[in-house]
Structures are given as C-alpha cells and as structure tokens.
Design a protein around this ligand. Structure first.
Ligand code: KE4
Length: 426
C-alpha cells in the first residue's frame, strides 16, 4: 500500500508534538513503522490521506459502536452546533444525557458528566476517598483507567506492598497509597484486605478488561470483590469507560453480577465526542460539590455538541439495540480469526465479550497480566501489518481490544477473516 503522505505527515507531526501524536497509543510504538494519518471515516471504514480504505476495528478505541458518521448522530450535532458550541451554564441536554445513563445503568442514581474517561476515574477516586475518609486504593495490573497519577503505579512485590510510580513526574506520595494486584487472583485480594482493609477507600477494576487485551473476570473473583468491599466499607468502582454500552446496554455489570458503588463511563456515552461520566448511589454522589464538599469541576463538562452526540447515540442504542447483530458479526469474526491462526499453526487464544475481542499470540488461558505479558508481541506486530497492508485496521497493540460496529457487514467480516489467513501465510 502507498502511504507516502502519511509518512511525510508523521515526520512533520513529530517536529510539532511529542512523538507526533496526541495520545501515545496512536504512534504505532507497539507495532513499529509509521502510523496511518486519517482523512475521513464513514460507516465501518477509515480512509487515510493517501486514499487507502480500511475496515476499521479501532472504532476510535471504542466510541464508534454505531459506525462513523451515523446520520442521526451527525444531524443532532449539527442542530446543536447552530445553537452554540459552549455556554458555561446548565442546559437541558445535560439532563437528558444524565437521565439516559441513569435509565441504562441501575447502579447509577446520580451522575456527573466530565470530558474524558481519565477525568471520570480521577474524580471517582477522589469521591471514594472523600466519602470514606480513607486513602488507600486497589487497582489491578493490566487494567488501565486513564493517566491518573495515583493509577500510574507499578505493582508492589506482594499483595500487601504499596505501589511505586511507573512514570516520571508521578510522585512517591501520589502512588504510595496504591496497591497493584493481579486480576482474577482472589488470594491476592484477600491478602490485601487482610493487611490494609480498614484503609482501603476503593477498589477500581475493569469489569471486562480491554487494556491488557480482553480478559474476563472469573465468577470467584467477582464474588470476592463484591464481598470484600462490602465487608470492609470499601467502595467498588467499576471502570466501564470501555465496556459501558459496549458489551451490553447496561454495561458489563449487567452481565457479570458486579455490584459497584460507583461506575465510570466514557467513549460511547459521547458518541465520539468528549464525554466522560461517573455515577452511583445518590447518597454517595451527593458528596460532590456543590451538593457536597468533594471538589470537581470542568469548563466543557456537559458540552452541548458532546451531549448531543451522546444523547443521539444512547437513544439509538435503546430504540434500535444493535447487540444481537453485533454478537452475530463478532462471533463470525472470532471464528474466522481463530480458524486462520489454527490453519497457520500459530499458538493463540481468542477472548471475546460481545463486540470487543483480542486474538492473543499466546496459547492461553489468559486470566491476568502474568499471562498476557508473555504474548509474542513481535508475532502480533507482523499480523497487524499483514492485515493493515490488506486494508483491515486492528488496534496497534497486542494489549488492546478490537471493536466491531453496527456498520460492519458480513462481507467486511469475511474479508477480514480471509485477509487474516493470507497474513498468517505471508
Ligand atoms: P480517556 O481519558 O482516554 O478518555 O479514558 C481513559 C480510560 C479509562 N478507562 C478505561 C477502561 C479505558 O480503556 C480508558 C482509555 N482507553 C484507551 C484505549 N485502551 C484509550 C486510547 C488512548 O489512550 O489513546
């Protein structure tokens, strides 16, 4: 494929912005080579600035569940655009989006809109600490919750060892209250609560992990998280930024029996525009300023264009649920990818929940970062480029989920499966 304009654009971008991108995941660091610069997108397709078309499985890292440029989402944003782009004053559209989120997620009685998933998780953590008057936080290796200082933490040597910064600029002080445990490790979680239970403000987890590749929690792990949080007065924060409205209209918590005190959302709730949200029981949320004393604010929170895209998207997901179609298309893609890997004799395992999935270059099973980190990332990179050069755009890292949208067709799925078989044979 000719990508000369993307290569030139990347050279210029690197002179202007750190690494030439505004979010590191886009820089192709995990797969090598020069990233593709996008000109436009429509339905299930991305078009780069060299005129190449790709079947899109990034979906903007999750938001584009309806596909790109859904006419009703575009029309809603256009209507909002002509009424004004930002007011710094309340609007009814914010109440509509809040009501739609509350309607969809039973554990949410009140919700605060922000402008990114990171803002949502950062605010939920501050709220949990303010509500419990505790400092300690539990997260899990391989779970990503945005670039929050207290979450940019390397795992301690044992379940009871508090974390250390894993990024320059993150202070020991902001990471020393964070415990990093292994996902799906009940014993690790029990040990942590035994050592620190009365200090733990919150446990935050991805209810279906997308950020080490797709990893599903075991029923025992879910039960332990629910039980231990209740026993110790700790808040359970379900980070559904990726899974919210993705794996089901009510999110992963509606599928897995997780009982969160707080839920964070992002991506799909903005329909591709910047919206994040955090919500939960009213008696917790009423601690947030100005109802309560936990500070959180944002100039563009509840922005009219973003809430218009979010409301249109959630309306369509409720009125014309795509989930059965997404399940059929995603199962077809999973079968095609697995068949291609099997025929090529490549060690692999595929994990899928609804329309998010990961083909791991590892024999599996993969239940935590311990196993995920053993994947053959070089083999993944060759597979990624083999597909990209054939016009199929997977997320550019082994440790991400690919997403199928309602705009994908069976022909798209079958073409991707055929391209995968060719890429494995190349
Ligand atoms: P944002 O701040 O990027 O909107 O959301 C952070 C976040 C929080 N929680 C979960 C479960 C997430 O997946 C994310 C962001 N996801 C990544 C992709 N895995 C976004 C891509 C990027 O960083 O560019």
């Amino acid at each position: 494929m000719n990508r000369t304009r993307s290569v030139a654009a990347f050279e210029l971008a690197q002179r202007l912005m750190p690494g030439g991108v505004n979010s590191p995941a886009r820089a192709f660091g995990a797969v090598g080579g020069s990233p593709v610069f996008i000109d436009r997108a429509e339905g299930a397709y991305l078009y780069d600035i060299d005129g190449n078309r790709y079947v899109d499985y990034i979906g903007s890292w999750g938001p584009m569940i309806l596909g790109h440029g859904h006419p009703e989402v575009v029309a809603a944003v256009e209507r909002a655009l002509h009424r004004g782009t930002s007011f710094g004053a309340p609007t009814e559209a914010e109440s509509e989006l809040a009501a739609r989120i509350i309607d969809a997620v039973p554990s949410i009685e009140k919700v605060r809109l922000v402008s990114s998933g990171t803002e949502a998780t950062m605010s939920a953590i501050r709220l949990a600490r303010g509500y419990t008057s505790r400092d300690c936080l539990v997260k899990f290796a391989g779970n990503y919750h945005g670039h929050v200082d207290s979450l940019l933490v390397a795992a301690g040597s044992s379940a009871a060892t508090l974390g250390a910064p894993n990024s320059p600029g993150v202070t020991v002080g902001s990471s020393s209250d964070t415990l990093v445990l292994q996902y799906n490790d009940v014993e690790h979680l029990e040990d942590a609560f035994a050592a620190h239970g009365d200090r733990i403000a919150a446990v935050i987890l991805e209810p279906v992990v997308g950020n080490m590749g797709v990893v599903v929690p075991t029923p025992e792990f879910v039960a332990a998280a629910n039980r231990l949080a209740r026993q110790h007065g700790t808040l359970l924060i379900c980070d559904e930024v990726m899974t919210g409205f993705r794996v089901a209209f009510g999110g992963a918590q509606s599928l897995l029996g997780i009982e969160p005190d707080l839920t964070t959302l992002g991506k799909i709730v903005g329909g591709g525009l910047p919206v994040g949200a955090y919500g939960g029981r009213a008696e917790i949320m009423n601690h947030v300023l100005p109802a309560g004393k936990v500070f959180q604010a944002g100039t563009l929170s509840g922005n009219p264009l973003a809430t218009a895209a979010g409301c249109a998207t959630l309306r369509l997901l409720k009125e014309q649920p795509p989930y059965e179609r997404l399940e059929r298309l995603s199962a077809r893609l999973a079968d095609g990818l697995q068949r291609a890997a099997e025929e090529a004799g490549v060690p692999h395992t595929l994990a899928r929940v609804g329309s998010m999935m990961t083909l791991f270059f590892h024999p599996g099973p993969i239940q935590s970062w311990r196993e995920a980190s053993q994947c053959d990332v070089q083999r993944f990179a060759r597979f990624f480029w083999g597909l990209l050069d054939r016009g199929h755009y997977l997320p550019c890292s082994q440790f991400e989920a690919l997403f199928v949208s309602a705009a994908h067709s069976e022909a798209d799925i079958d073409a991707t499966a055929a391209a995968a078989a060719e890429a494995f044979r190349a």
